[in-house]
Design a protein. Structure first.
Length: 235
């Protein structure tokens, strides 16, 4: 299909940094705020950080690239980036530990259906969690098991998102393995506006805080992203 739009970058420079919804604050803490997250852009990578102040909280960093264009609803999207955990995950690591690494590709139809169409993955990296290493996908209301695990290491992993809204199809490819599960989702949202907004997202959530001891921060690297739109409709 002819390419109608193509964007790419070595890092996430000029992406929007936003506080997500996966937050928690202990009764003794102030609510989680944008001050608890940060995205640092270097020449060849970006580092998403969460709970940067080591508070008794869980903080959700969503860093995303948004394109406002109604043809996003009818185009096929292929988006790719690489991600890496830049530390050794361990139950004894008091400096860095996370809850999840996440990402997604969505198109908000603010003109018509008021639904958010797309796909997302969630990688559980909390070494204390019973679902440690597992990959989940978003079904529009909750996270479901993809039936696969990804062992955390210090290597970059390639995540590819395929989204075809007219045919209600979406697929994840991880390290060149395409998973057959159709992970297309439709999610109602409040306060998203009346335009058609396409969003390519990189995310991480800091670890749920332990009851005692040092509260770790979370960080994850992203790099080498691309996003192509295509359409075989002849105008």
């Amino acid at each position: 299909m002819p390419i109608t739009r193509s964007e790419s970058g070595a890092n996430l420079n000029n992406w929007v940094v936003n506080l997500g919804d996966g937050n928690y604050a202990a009764p003794s803490e102030n609510p989680v705020s944008i001050a608890d997250i940060k995205t640092v852009n270097r020449t060849k990578k970006s580092t998403l950080k969460a709970n940067v102040l080591n508070r008794i909280i869980m903080a959700h960093n969503i860093t995303y690239h948004k394109i406002v264009d109604p043809i996003a609803m009818t185009n096929t999207h292929v988006a790719i980036y690489k991600m890496k955990i830049p530390y050794v995950i361990s139950t004894s690591n008091v400096d860095f530990n996370g809850q999840t690494v996440e990402g997604g590709l969505f198109v908000w139809d603010g003109l018509s259906t008021q639904l958010d169409y797309g796909l997302a993955f969630q990688w559980v990296i909390n070494p204390f969690d019973v679902d440690y290493k597992k990959i989940r996908y978003w079904d529009g209301s909750s996270w479901q098991s993809l039936g696969v695990s990804l062992a955390p290491d210090n290597k970059y992993h390639t995540i590819e998102f395929y989204l075809d809204i007219p045919n209600s199809e979406a697929y994840l490819k991880i390290d060149n393995i395409t998973y057959p599960q159709n992970v297309f989702s439709e999610t109602p949202k409040i306060g998203f506006g009346i335009t058609v907004d396409a969003r390519f997202q990189a995310e991480t959530i800091s670890i749920f805080p332990p009851e005692t001891g040092t509260i770790p921060s979370q960080k994850v690297n992203f790099k080498d992203w691309s996003w192509e739109w295509s359409n075989d409709i002849i105008i």
